[in-house]
Design a protein around this ligand. Sequence first.
Ligand code: PLP
Length: 387
Amino acid sequence: MHQLNPVTEQIQISGIRRFTDLVAKYPDALSLTIGQPHWPTPQHVKEAAMAAIEKGYTTYTPNRGLPALLQAAHAYYGTKFDLDYHPEKEILVTAGATHALDISLRALLEPGDEVLIPGPAYPGYEPIVLLAGAKPVYIDTRADGFKVTSKTLQANITRRTKVLVLPSPANPTGVAYTREELEALAAVLQSTGVYVITDEIYSELHFADGHVSFATLPGMRSRTIVIHGLSKSHSMTGWRIGFVLAPAEIAQQMVKVLQYSISCASSISQYAALEALSHGQRDAEPMREQYRQNRDMVVRALTEMGLEVVVPDGAFYAFPDVSTTGQSSQAFAQALLHEARVAVVPGDAFSALGEGYIRLSYACEEQKLEAALARIGQYVARRTAQA
Ligand SMILES: Cc1ncc(COP(=O)(O)O)c(C=O)c1O
């Protein structure tokens, strides 16, 4: 038999998944590994999906998505984030933000291209870049509060740089960029041909008002592809609905990749999404408020334990430095699970730049979070006393 694709062979199963498999062996553990809101999908959205099934809306839709949903996405992201993309030419409905990232990168990349990824990073970017024959280049953000700066961006751009991936708010660190920070990056990119893929899947869980999309900065729209979706804003991870907002000439190429990868997103999920975008403009607000309070609790507790943490601006993750305990990310996470029965994700799941950190998700009830933090505190105190 011929060899399988060496690139797929080289790709590792996500470190998050590997660790969640281990956690399953500890049923009494409190898990802070979860990457989705703990709230259910809003009832009105579920009902719209049930009605779609009843009405027989179970056939293929246009590749780009239902026209009514594209109109709704145009209005929704226009009102919320000041984005202006033509509903028929510049918006595509995808199978989650993951698929939106996939078709964006596949439409842009050629073998040998370099893609800049601020690290530590969400593990979903690198494999797509590798599968396209391109090269992921991590920008080390650890000394800059986990954000890429004009200086580090400039230092990493080469002749081969095709794309900068820019998540805000980011996973696993929760940091988000201010307008001034984005303007500094735009000033560097202005004289280059580099495209920007802004992953804004957590934008509705941005704790500060006034989330700024990079595409709205003067001169940046033509090079920017915006990734959105309902997984986090409407607690719809399993429905698989994402959106790409991109200039027409890029969207026109992406739709071919979409067509030959999935034909279209699930029709039932699209009807649910139509309801979410038409009548669920405020659905994220209670989650955002709870996660903001949880964020404050986590930062306070970690600081009291003596662990350094960059204060997250959004999403539902904190990424503290545990290297002061003398343990690697893996050793810390495994011992914490085994001895204290708390599950967190080892930082090295987010590229080598995450070594020495752990990711904890605070997408859970306050009481559970409080109990888990108390156990982490006791574990850290024991470790520190031993060291
Ligand atoms: C930064 C980031 N982008 C994209 C995704 C994927 O989202 P979706 O479930 O819509 O594919 C995630 C999921 O955790 C994420 O954290």
